[in-house]
Design a protein around this ligand. Structure first.
Ligand code: CAA
Length: 382
């Protein structure tokens, strides 16, 4: 029996996330976008509310929730502000969840616990100036010297790097092998000597999020910081991204729903040609199409989340959800700017920010083209 409805526990959680997003996140969104800076008091408050530890067991300091709850939180936060959404997403799905999945008991106590209990923030260093979609083109190295690894290289577009405490970094431990077999994952504390985080990269959207290049110059980490064993890094990165894509799909659904809600509110009040814009059938039919697409994207996202919660294969579901939700977010936000006319184009109204924010959902954590590679790879076409 398939049930497409949330149970009472998830409905309660969604209401709580929604209330927080409306009251605490939304009033800051415009100001943070203009300042191109995250409000760290807001992040602290979210940590205190347990939002940075939703899908992690209580024994590791988490809230003991599931991936579906995290997805609901992602949608609500992103409805109000996509920068806040991605900050939560990279911390949760790319960094902390990966430690939960691949860490030893000692690593979970040392590295996962502070991420899940809200005392630290995580980030994920995979992309390099010369290796974006082609992860295997990475050049950063980690050379073993006694009981340590020495990391050298440069990562770029590392979300959260401006304020993260814990860096999950990927580096080649055996350059003679293809990266699929020669890459490893390391847990690195921000304060380790040799790490330089550049200023944030100026961007079109999600401008309040932190996103910078990180240079690793003779960064020495104890061998015990190796996550999942030598040579396992590529597959760890792929698994991390499979989970991350569910979070970004939820972010995209949130951006889309947030924009449509704003347009509905505006069009019910705005009078032109003697009647509200909402009373034109053109508006009604267009909005009907958009809400249908948002619901479809949300259901795909929930399907991926529930599959992950049930420990079923979810990588293709996650790719489908992200592909569709990011496309929908771009269509919806573009149309919502149009619904508001000149005001839609004005920075004072949030839909223009949402349109700029939507674009990145088609790019990060795997471009739409990479999503199609993953999905078509499951179709036995060869
Ligand atoms: N899970 C487990 N293993 C996987 C896997 C997965 N999802 N996907 C691939 N693998 C395995 C394969 O089975 C294969 O294993 P064997 O060698 O044992 O056969 C191995 O990994 C290599 O697989 P491929 O040949 O498919 O690898 P590829 O080099 O052709 O790359 C790709 C495939 C799908 C294009 C991959 O490189 C990819 O996902 N690229 C996109 C990268 C991306 O999403 N970057 C985002 C950066 S992070 C970011 O944006 C964060 C942020 O700050 C917001």
């Amino acid at each position: 029996m398939i049930d497409f409805n949330l149970d009472s526990e998830h409905l309660e959680l969604r209401d709580m996330y929604r209330k927080f997003a409306e009251e605490r996140v939304k009033p800051l969104a415009h100001e943070m976008d203009e300042a191109e800076k995250m409000n760290m008091d807001l992040i602290k408050e979210m940590q205190q509310c347990g939002f940075f530890g939703i899908p992690f067991p209580e024994e590791y300091g988490g809230a003991g929730g599931d991936v579906l709850s995290y997805v609901l939180c992602m949608e609500e936060m992103s409805k109000a502000d996509a920068s806040t959404g991605v900050t939560l997403s990279v911390h949760t799905s790319l960094c902390a969840s990966t430690i939960q999945e691949f860490g030893t008991e000692e690593q979970k106590q040392k590295w996962l616990r502070p991420l899940a209990d809200g005392s630290k923030i995580g980030c994920f260093g995979l992309t390099e100036p010369g290796a974006g979609s082609d992860v295997a083109g990475a050049r950063t190295t980690a050379v073993k010297e006694g009981d340590e690894y020495v990391i050298n290289g440069e990562k770029i577009f590392t979300t959260n790097s401006g304020f993260a405490d814990t860096f999950l970094v990927f580096a080649l431990t055996d350059k003679s092998l293809p990266a699929h077999k020669g890459m490893s994952a390391f847990l690195v504390d921000r304060n380790t000597p040799g790490i330089t985080v550049t200023a944030d990269i100026p961007r079109m959207g999600i401008r309040a999020a932190s996103n910078a290049a990180v240079v690793y110059e003779n960064v020495r980490v104890p061998a015990e910081n190796l996550l999942g064993g030598e040579g396992k890094g590529f597959k760890i990165a792929m698994k991390a991204l499979d989970g991350g894509r569910i979070g970004i799909a939820a972010q995209a659904v949130g951006i889309a729903q947030g924009a449509l809600n704003e347009a509905i509110k505006y069009d019910k009040e705005r009078v032109q040609f003697g009647k509200t814009i909402a009373s034109f059938q053109n508006t009604q039919f267009k909005m009907a199409d958009l809400q249908t697409k948002i619901d479809a994207a949300r259901l795909l996202t929930w399907r991926a989340a529930v599959a992950k919660d049930k420990s079923e294969p979810y990588n293709v579901y996650a790719a489908m959800a992200k592909l569709m939700a990011s496309d929908v977010a771009n269509q919806v936000t573009r149309d919502c700017v149009q619904f508001l006319g000149g005001y839609g184009f004005a920075r004072e109204y949030s839909v223009e920010r949402m349109m700029r924010d939507a674009k990145i959902t088609e790019i990060y954590e795997g471009t739409s083209e990479v999503m199609k590679m993953v999905i078509s790879g499951s179709l036995n076409l060869k």
